[in-house]
Design a protein around this ligand. Structure first.
Ligand code: MG
Length: 445
């Protein structure tokens, strides 16, 4: 006995929205959900066109051929949307998800683009067969939010891929195995975007029609804020008996009559007033806030003060580096370039040269001045002051170490007649007069 699908499906507006932009298509060999977007009429049209193209390729195929077939249908749906937008630019932005399976009796060919989902219940375990192309799914994948947080995220409506004619928006296509007894759930985000997988799994057992009702009730209990489309299908060992049906927007807008796009303006001539759905879309759409003169505020508040501080600081730093002073370097007197006081713990001086003059050799007055640093106007002035300090140090050294008196001769008299001891041969420094301040107490050593 061949395997076949026994299915039931439902599509509705939900509890908040004013129209149903979801579409669905079911047949013994294909189960598809499409969730349209792009405005009230454009969303209807997008999902209806998507379903039309999928329905158009619902012919016997098997294995990999089914994947090729589905990929071609997606391309044709995108191309059809582009043609419609060219004919009526007000349709720009239209697009549709597509999620579902094609069935050859042995395999599922799984199609997904957007955030509608396909699940498989096998022996009590629920497995998500598709991966959402959505912003919140990306955040979940990165571990930044949980699946539960994704349901409440303000940007949960942002979808990264849809059928919209853009070549980079490619669908996921893969073959999936199939077993007798498997149960498939295919739904739009009116269910899976509001209800956790755990809650869905808890209501998937039992009669398919009863399960369908329970799942829709779950979506209602969660707010019913979006269109709700659900397909429940069992893999059974029986001859195919299911009916071919269109649901949702595709049922209301006959996809086969859309070849003449002249009908499209009829759908758009009277745009409905903003609905809760469109208000929601507007609320969550990406918004670029205009902030006039923001750049000017930045310049005035930050850049100008920084520039002034920078210019003033540079000028001041250059000035400091033209200054010199005398200070200590260890036990010696040194000439410094700059100013002795650091700013923010940053030194603003460097040693130019270290002299041989020791501070301990200086008169107390000069020693104290050197310890406190002696500012001078220039490097030449620094050398002049250092020369003065050298003199003072020499005087102190001379005072502390007076010359010994001449030793009287104790042996033979001078061999040179008339020769007498000459005190001048003994090294002796004649104290130089102090240059500043000149008071005797300043020379205290
Ligand atoms: Mg939706």
């Amino acid at each position: 006995m061949p395997l076949s699908l026994r299915y039931t499906a439902h599509s509705e507006i939900g509890l908040v929205r004013k129209n149903n932009q979801d579409s669905a298509y079911v047949s013994p060999s294909m189960l598809m959900v499409a969730d349209g977007m792009g405005g009230a009429a454009a969303g209807d049209l997008a999902s209806a066109v998507t379903v039309r193209e999928l329905k158009a390729v619902d012919h016997p195929a098997s294995g990999e051929e089914m994947l090729t077939t589905l990929g071609r249908a997606v391309e044709r749906a995108g191309a059809a949307m582009n043609e419609m937008i060219d004919a009526d630019p007000t349709l720009a932005g239209m697009g549709s998800t597509a999620c579902g399976v094609m069935f050859d009796g042995e395999h599922f060919a799984l199609l997904n683009i957007g955030d509608s989902r396909a699940y498989r219940l096998r022996e009590g375990d629920l497995t998500r067969l598709t991966h959402d192309h959505s912003w919140v799914q990306a955040l979940v994948d990165q571990g930044r939010i949980t699946e539960e947080e994704a349901l409440e995220h303000p940007h949960r409506s942002l979808i990264l891929k849809v059928i919209n004619g853009q070549p980079e928006h490619t669908p996921d296509l893969q073959l999936a195995d199939i077993r007798l007894g498997d149960r498939l759930l295919i739904c739009s985000d009116g269910l899976c975007g509001l209800v956790t997988d755990e809650a869905i799994a808890a209501h998937l057992d039992g009669d398919p029609q009863a399960v369908l009702v329970e799942l829709v009730e779950l979506a209602h209990e969660a707010g019913g804020s979006d269109n709700i489309t659900v397909i429940v299908a069992d893999v059974v060992a029986a001859e195919p008996t299911g009916q071919t049906r269109l649901l949702g927007a595709a049922e209301r807008i006959d996809p086969d009559s859309l070849e003449n796009t002249a009908e499209v303006p009829i759908l758009l001539t009277s745009p409905p007033p903003p609905t809760a759905a469109t208000k929601e879309a507007l609320r969550y759409r990406p918004v670029t806030r205009r902030r006039p003169l923001t750049w000017l505020k930045v310049v005035l508040a930050v850049l100008v003060p920084l520039a002034l501080i920078g210019a003033g600081g540079t000028t001041w730093y250059l000035y400091t580096q033209q200054q010199h002073y005398l200070g200590t370097a260890g036990e010696f007197v040194a000439i410094y370039q700059g100013i002795p006081e650091p700013v923010f713990n940053l030194p603003l001086s460097k040693v130019v040269s270290v002299s041989a003059v020791r501070t301990v050799d200086l008169p107390r007055y000069y020693a104290d001045r050197v310890q406190a640093t002696i500012p001078v106007g220039s490097l030449d002035a620094a050398h002049e002051m250092l020369a003065t300090l050298q003199v003072k140090a020499d005087q102190c050294i001379a005072q502390r170490n007076p010359p010994l008196p001449p030793t009287p001769p104790t042996t033979s008299p001078p061999t040179t007649p008339g020769a007498t001891p000459n005190p001048s041969v003994t090294p002796q420094t004649t104290p130089a007069p102090p240059t500043t301040p000149g008071a005797d107490e300043d020379l205290e050593c």
